[in-house]
Design a protein. Structure first.
Length: 239
């Protein structure tokens, strides 16, 4: 049967074809959205893989959290930096056989310094990273050093040198100060007198960098300088 062009039947068929073409031309996403479908939720595994992870410090940096460590003292007791959270901690790389350590503890800037600040709650940890058989290494040598210098704080043994290398300790003495928030705020020499005795300060005036850092922390001031070049004997790592 023929229908005259322009009749109602032709107009109806034309409208249907247009609607069909429009529906087919919609992109798949639009078709899904028009159907009311929601995008698939991420799986737990995918979400977990996208979550940030805390970085583990591979070396100490001034202005960054001080890397935690655990060493044993001369009595075999484990001591961790993290157990002193909330306290100011001084780390002193130590070698009782080193002439610079001896000079500083007998007459220079380290003499009585740890005991002076102990009542303020400052924790002082000496660390000996000398390998077995090296100058100043071993339990007995360090016991003698504590007695000779009249020290009351512990000496921690790091014969493998892992903690010394983690902190970049190069000299004895080499000083590090960690504030109560656990941030390393000072690294370097004990003072500006490379003779170890405080008798030849650079610039003519003796500056005890560690004492200055402790005073800054106690008053909430910025530690300055935050880093200096350490002097003394080389750390006797196992090379």
């Amino acid at each position: 049967m023929r229908f005259p062009v322009g009749s109602d039947m032709w107009r109806g068929l034309g409208a249907g074809v247009v609607l069909a073409l429009c529906a087919c031309s919609k992109p798949p996403s639009a078709a899904v959205e028009s159907a009311g479908a929601e995008p698939a939720a991420a799986t737990p595994a995918a979400a977990a893989s996208a979550a940030p992870t805390a970085a583990v410090a591979t070396h100490a940096e001034v202005g960054q959290p001080a890397p935690d460590f655990t060493l044993t003292d001369l009595d075999g007791k484990s001591v961790s930096l993290s157990q002193f959270k909330g306290k100011t901690v001084v780390l002193e790389w130590f070698n009782p056989g080193c002439p610079f350590v001896q000079a500083s503890h007998n007459a220079g800037s380290l003499k009585g310094l740890a005991a002076k600040h102990a009542p303020e709650g400052v924790v002082w940890l000496a660390i000996n990273s000398g390998a077995q058989g090296k100058q100043g290494a071993g339990i007995e040598a360090n016991r003698e050093g504590l007695s000779k210098f009249g020290l009351q704080h512990p000496v921690l043994i790091d014969e493998a040198g892992s903690v010394g290398q983690l902190y970049g300790a190069e000299r004895t003495p080499h000083m590090f100060v960690v504030n109560p928030e656990g941030v390393l705020v000072y690294r370097g020499a004990i003072d500006n007198s490379p003779d170890g005795e405080g008798q030849s300060p650079e610039g003519g005036k003796l500056v005890n960098y560690v004492e200055s850092a402790l005073q800054a922390i106690s008053t909430g001031a910025k530690v300055s300088p935050a880093e200096t070049k350490a002097y003394g004997c080389s750390v006797k790592y196992n090379k």
